[in-house]
Design a protein around this ligand. Sequence first.
Ligand code: LLP
Length: 414
Amino acid sequence: MINYKNNRLFVESVSIQDIAKTQPTPFYVYSHSKISNTYNELKKTLDSEILFAVKANSNQAIIKLMAKLGAGADVVSIGELERAILAGVSPQKIIFEGVGKTKKDIEYAINQKIRLINVESVDELQRINEIALQKDESVNVGIRLNPNIDAQTLDKISTGKKTDKFGIDTDKLNNIFEILKVSKKINLIGLSCHIGSQIFNLDVFSDIFQKMKDNAQIFIDKGYNIKHLDLGGGLGVNYKTNEKKLNLELIKKEMDKCFNGTTYNLSFEPGRYLVANAGILVTSVITIKNNGGINFLITDAGMHSFIRPALYNAQHEIEAVEISNEQLINYTIAGPICESTDIFRKNISMPKQKVNNLIVIKDTGAYGKVMASNYNSRGTPIEILVKEDNFFVIYKPLSTKELINQDMIPDWLN
Ligand code: LLP
């Protein structure tokens, strides 16, 4: 779906060079059919509810596509909740997570009548209880557990160890039970966990399943009706060609081993898995220069357009949009931002490039545009959705003027 045909890069049947004729770089391009196929395969293989983690890509068109495919949503802020509802996700298929929910967040979530709010601390459960009493309304909650499992992934995207800030330490369950015992307005209907991103190890998945089942039993034994077990996101995605793919069938086998005979509504909340490989970032070469023997290829996308390499040392494949027979050269691909960390890849081999050539940074459909900024007073990229032989602009950034107009000068400075 994102392939070279006659040495030119296409997303479905649209040539990237054709898009660039009318749209300024840098721009993200997503493939409608790659997203749909990935969702359908995941849904079918895991045979569970899929709650799209909107944080990975919160464009209205993408969430709407997910909703049409049947996905619910996992949101972590009022903004994401509004986005999910506006895009047509049924509130009963939305769960609200996040380690720092304010009173305003909680009230908003209650008013929207979503499925449940996932509680992440004893203190938060108390706050929800107070708000529910004030409003004189029953509130459905889940408990996000911290299962103390090492996701065996990058430290910066690991969230499920005892020392991480996320979820409720299972040693603290007694405090939870005490509050639940006296609270008249809280309905505990689910448990959830999310231990990190980019999980590939099957043992880690089976550990999650077993811990969730064991903990659910503890709650059931205390008399709670746990209907929903949310098994988290974090399904690993390939960022390099020829990497071993996550084996969904084996994950499903582990699930069956653990949950056969139970009646929980099982769900996952993946973000990256559904969109990462369905998106690319297209950028133009602005300058080519040699400093200290290094060939720098400076692009108009930078860490302000796509921050994963600068922030996590993430390695994304980078290629020319048109493959030529020019001699191969080792380039370091860097953005235009005034920071040394604004580098996408060091020392990669590519056919010799010229200024204005188009370059593609691959697998950027997740945590791409959503993490872009206006640093150096630059704009964020446009977003484009391709469906068969058509493309649609689905996000138009603010103009420089509009951005500047967000600032306000107090009278005394004028
Ligand atoms: N559920 C919760 C509670 C989460 O915190 C996250 C991600 C997800 C689900 C979805 O995880 P996924 O399936 O996408 O791995 N910006 C980082 C990733 C941060 C993930 C934060 N939480 C990156 O670019 O790698």
